[in-house]
Design a protein around this ligand. Structure first.
Ligand SMILES: Cc1ncc(COP(=O)(O)O)c(C=O)c1O
Length: 408
């Protein structure tokens, strides 16, 4: 009789967003006259910009022509895109990264989830709390996290780094020594970021202890402050201790198109084994290359025209972020994030639990957000709103939240 991977059975049941969807559906059914505004899920709403659409059309035409048709893409990505990324995202910022250290993929979620595979079963992971759930769940599946304590919402073999208003959402160096440290900057869900100085502390720590920083920079395009680095490789010493994940989802609206990349410097080694070679092997075995059409579309992200259009798109979302941030402040909430990220993190009023606030906001403002406790126990008492809605909906949601607060 076959056996299943029992680690999967350890994963706690209902996924955050399906619970939210169920609650919203039930509310909608009971109140068909109410117009609900969704500021919960971190998906983009603006269409692909013209420069990207044109590049895609051109690539589609190439695929319809025997001379220019392409079959399987190279496993690690087309050279034209890897070179462009190395040049524009890294060397232009003074980072010493070469094209063959860039691995093109179908998105940051797959890479963040799969990366743990190339590390030993015995590695201990450290994560921020609250956290993007993929980091923990993928390690649970691999059997690295121990047992789940339902009451505390914690895994026995995971090192948690609480990020709350008390420490300005900046993770502190853990007392126990981890092997793999997941950092997400700018952060989902708290919308906060680390400065160069703060990140340097982590790079030095990882080099000293022999840990690897798994650095998720999916929201890099939203960085507004000069002191926040766009890549961990801006920090001296990162080449020997860091892997970086990037995505085209939030800077270019590719959530449905799918494209991302991972950067692994050749200097990142365990003894004399380079991690770079292991990821190349893994990618070559399990991934058959991202589509040519999509990689060509990504080239337009770096053209002058594409860059200008995408700058406008990011500005559109960040205008929403400002509307939310200021709207909540005016309504008397304690608010964080929203400056270097499209996420706004607020403290629930009067010690309300995250889920109670979810229900309250749905009922009184017909606005959907995400309960902070869904991202980890230290997210309890917080709530996430996203700037990815339309401007009109965002502005109306803030108006409703302000009115509902008056009746609180
Ligand atoms: C922190 C973080 N990393 C990665 C991803 C996934 O990115 P992708 O769409 O490239 O898979 C998300 C998506 O919301 C995210 O919030």
């Amino acid at each position: 009789m076959f056996q299943v991977n029992e680690n999967y059975l350890k994963l706690p049941g209902s996924y955050l967003f399906s619970t939210i969807a169920k609650k919203v559906n039930a509310y909608e059914k009971a109140n068909p006259d109410k117009r609900i505004i969704r500021l919960g899920i971190g998906d983009v709403t603006q269409p692909l910009v013209p420069a990207i659409i044109r590049a895609m059309h051109e690539a589609v035409d190439e695929m319809g022509n025997a001379e220019s048709f392409r079959g399987y893409a190279p496993d690690l990505g087309y050279g034209f895109l890897r070179e462009k990324i190395a040049q524009k995202d890294y060397r232009a910022r003074g980072c010493d990264i070469s094209a063959d250290e860039i691995f093109i993929s179908d998105g940051a979620k797959s890479d963040c989830g799969n990366i743990q595979e190339i590390f030993s079963q015995d590695c201990r992971i450290a994560v921020c709390d609250p956290v993007y759930p993929v980091y923990v769940d993928s390690n649970v599946m691999a059997g690295r996290c121990g047992d789940y304590d339902k009451v505390r919402g914690l895994w026995s073999n995971v090192i948690y780094m609480p990020c709350t208003a008390e420490n300005d959402f900046v993770p502190e160096l853990p007392r126990e020594t981890p092997d793999l440290i997941y950092l997400c900057v700018p952060n989902n869900p708290t919308g906060t970021a680390l400065t160069r100085q703060q990140l340097k502390v982590w790079v030095d720590y990882a080099n000293k202890t022999g840990a690897v920083i798994l650095y998720d920079a999916a929201y890099e395009a939203y960085i507004a402050q000069e002191e926040v680095p766009h890549s961990i490789f801006e920090i001296q010493g990162a080449r020997t201790c860091a892997i970086e994940f990037r995505s085209f989802s939030k800077n270019a609206g590719f959530t449905g198109v799918r494209l991302g990349f991972t950067v692994i410097p050749k200097d990142l080694k365990s003894g004399d084994v380079a991690v770079h070679g292991l990821w190349a092997r893994r990618h070559g075995t399990k991934f058959n290359g991202a589509p040519y059409i999509v990689q060509k579309a990504a080239m337009a992200v770096y053209s002058d025209e594409g860059k200008a259009q995408l700058k406008g798109q990011v500005a559109y979302y960040m205008k929403n972020a400002k509307v939310i941030y200021e709207g909540l402040k005016k309504a008397g909430y304690q608010v964080y994030g929203g400056v270097n990220a499209p996420y706004i993190w607020l403290k629930t009023p009067d010690g309300m639990s995250s889920w109670d606030f979810f229900d309250w906001l749905l009922e009184h403002a017909n606005v959907v957000g995400t309960p902070g406790s869904g991202f980890g126990p230290s997210g309890e008492g917080y709530f996430r709103l996203t700037a990815f809605g339309t401007y009109e909906n965002t502005a109306e949601a803030m108006e409703r939240i302000r009115e509902s607060r008056e009746g609180f």
